[in-house]
Design a protein around this ligand. Structure first.
Ligand SMILES: NC(=O)c1ccc[n+]([C@@H]2O[C@H](COP(=O)([O-])OP(=O)(O)OC[C@H]3O[C@@H](n4cnc5c(N)ncnc54)[C@H](OP(=O)(O)O)[C@@H]3O)[C@@H](O)[C@H]2O)c1
Length: 176
């Protein structure tokens, strides 16, 4: 299905994978490992022009040391801890508004990449127009969830992909 919604005015974009119950995480990690979804995440966030990724401190810490900061993207980490240390080339913000303001000084596309707390803040923001949602057609045991996509409509979806005995598909949701 053709779709042009990513040509919309720059705003905040969520990139998230969720199961049938909107589960997204378990014990500080992803509940699944889907190589094709990780590739989709990389392409969506890294191939954009001057991309910035905004994430919560727990999601930052869930990324193995050797992969962080996520390359080719300016990384912004949200924490309330005033003495939290990040590498010098990584942005630190102590409120959601400050994270977005910093992102806007550092790049041209702004991706919210988790976790549950930060998705919640982003969905409450009128600046969030697009959700890139990988729909995982299964029920995993999760302790972290994506809040409801109130006011969003699914405008694009791809074919189902099978991996590791499960299936998932890439979809895009927009809020006018
Ligand atoms: N399926 C997916 O697509 C996906 C994507 C990303 C993450 N995840 C999963 O989600 C889980 C992590 O999510 P989470 O909700 O537990 O944690 P999170 O959103 O990654 O981080 C939460 C932390 O962000 C900081 N924070 C939250 N609100 C803030 C605010 N208003 N101002 C400043 N800092 C703020 C706090 O850090 P301090 O405690 O340091 O103050 C808080 O503890 C993991 O299991 C991860 O694997 C899934």
């Amino acid at each position: 299905m053709a779709d042009k919604t990513t040509d919309m005015i720059p705003g905040l974009e969520l990139v998230v994978a969720a199961d049938k119950n909107m589960g997204i995480g378990r014990e500080g990690d992803l509940p699944w490992r889907f190589k094709k979804d990780m590739a989709f995440f990389r392409e969506t966030t890294q191939d954009a022009a001057n991309p910035v990724v905004i994430m919560g401190r727990k999601t930052w810490e869930s990324i193995p040391h050797r992969f962080r900061p996520l390359k080719g993207r300016y990384n912004v980490v949200l924490t309330r801890q005033s003495d939290y240390q990040v590498p010098p080339n990584v942005g630190l913000a102590h409120s959601f508004d400050d994270a977005v303001a910093l992102a806007k000084t550092m790049g041209d596309r702004y991706f919210i990449i988790g976790g549950g707390h930060i998705y919640g803040l982003a969905l409450a923001s009128p600046d969030t127009h697009i959700v890139h949602l990988t729909e995982v057609d299964a029920e995993f045991s999760c302790d972290t969830f994506l809040p409801a996509l109130d006011g969003f409509q699914r405008v694009w979806w791809d074919e189902w992909i099978e991996e590791g005995g499960h299936r998932f598909r890439f979809t895009r949701w927009v809020r006018p």
